[in-house]
Design a protein around this ligand. Structure first.
Ligand SMILES: NC(=O)c1ccc[n+]([C@@H]2O[C@H](COP(=O)([O-])OP(=O)(O)OC[C@H]3O[C@@H](n4cnc5c(N)ncnc54)[C@H](OP(=O)(O)O)[C@@H]3O)[C@@H](O)[C@H]2O)c1
Length: 347
């Protein structure tokens, strides 16, 4: 930690995303003078790792934010709706991972590789939103292609890992898989149907038109981050994978673009890593993306059923690019653009 750095609070530090945030802050040498771990009252006194140090967890509800510079928040929508405005009013910038603020016109929704300039408006509420995990990796892959050939329409099917449903989701896949092997009864708590050795075409609540809220989020967030003119339709599916979301994406462009051109563009694009050999194993699977920062793109090919069409396969670690890494990158963006300074500490 550097003496002249920023005081950072991680709210939700005991969760999947929060733990990843602490790891990423340390790995990237984030200029922090102090890092504070916050969670619910239940976790007070428990410990989390920050590099080779251990931090004692404090209660979010009792913490005074008046000398904290940035709060990286991943404690769910309800907690965020209640606490983010109060934290922001203390002069601490909130970078929030929940869906609570993403569609608020006064809150920038940021993927640093895609729409960094939109961050400039963050002082309106002192809150910046991180997109849904499926949207984050998708727009990283779409942006360079959109810049070249203008996307008209996207059809996406997701294959989302259970860590996207928090630590309870991971525990449920583990417990059910074990139960299958030892012939115990299968218990369902987090997911509506058995997830072990199964797939579930349902993430988040159902909307009136039959879409799920996860599918709706992909539509509205892609429009807000990338371009309101893009028409997108999604089917979001939970799969029995612990970490790493995958997406099969069909894209229709206004202008012609070949698979070879797309491959070259994506090879040079920020945040993207192309692994696309047309042979056995010449593509990336979610297992290999776990713990990595890149958005991997494979299976790039022309889609002959639409004019100017391409198919791609997009994989990323949902806890990193889909959440924690993106949030830390937003904090780095604020610092790089000198949009925040460390606040003077009380003597
Ligand atoms: N997982 C993903 O891929 C992903 C991607 C993008 C966004 N997100 C969003 O990130 C948030 C967290 O996800 P997660 O996967 O890390 O969930 P998680 O593993 O279930 O962790 C939830 C965290 O929130 C804390 N928390 C819960 N209630 C709280 C309260 N009343 N006050 C303070 N802290 C409280 C928990 O603390 P205790 O341990 O004390 O209960 C825990 O640290 C969610 O909003 C989720 O939608 C997740």
């Amino acid at each position: 930690m550097t003496e002249m750095g920023f005081k950072i609070a991680v709210a939700g530090a005991t969760g999947n995303v929060g733990r990843e945030m602490l790891g990423i802050l340390e790995e990237r040498g984030f200029p922090a003078s102090e890092v504070v771990a916050l969670a619910s009252r239940r976790s007070v006194g428990s410990e989390v790792s920050y590099g080779d140090r251990t931090l004692k967890v404090q209660a979010l509800e009792n913490y005074d934010f008046s000398d904290t510079d940035i709060c990286l928040m991943s404690a769910g929508g309800n907690v965020s709706r209640e606490y983010a405005p109060r934290i922001a009013a203390k002069g601490c910038v909130v970078i929030d991972n929940s869906s609570a603020w993403r569609t608020d016109p006064d809150v920038p929704l940021i993927v640093p590789e895609v729409n960094p300039d939109a961050v400039e408006g963050f002082r309106r509420k002192n809150i910046i939103a991180n997109p849904n995990c499926s949207t984050a990796q998708l727009v990283v892959a779409l942006k360079p292609l959109h810049d070249r050939a203008t996307i008209r329409r996207v059809v996406v099917a997701t294959y989302q890992s259970v860590s996207g449903a928090g630590k309870e989701g991971m525990d449920e896949l583990f417990a059910q898989s074990r139960a299958v092997f030892v012939a115990d009864p299968i218990e369902k708590k987090k997911f509506t149907k058995r997830i072990a050795f199964n797939v579930i075409p349902h993430i988040d609540v159902f909307m009136e038109d039959g879409a799920t809220k996860e599918e709706w989020k992909m539509v509205v967030e892609t429009k807000k981050i990338l371009d309101p003119k893009i028409r997108l339709t999604a089917t979001c599916v939970r799969v029995p994978v612990f970490i790493g979301h995958s997406e099969a994406v069909n894209i229709e462009f206004e202008k012609p673009i070949s698979a070879d051109e797309a491959r070259e563009i994506l090879r040079d694009a920020p945040g993207c890593l192309v692994v696309d050999k047309r042979e056995d194993g010449g593509y990336v699977t979610p297992y290999e993306s776990a713990g990595e920062d890149a958005t991997y793109i494979s299976r790039i090919r022309e889609a002959p059923t639409v004019e100017n069409g391409l198919n791609i396969w997009v994989v990323a670690d949902n806890l990193r690019k889909g959440a924690a890494l993106n949030a830390v990158q937003i904090a780095e963006l604020l610092i790089a653009r000198e949009l925040i300074q460390p606040r003077r500490r009380a003597a």
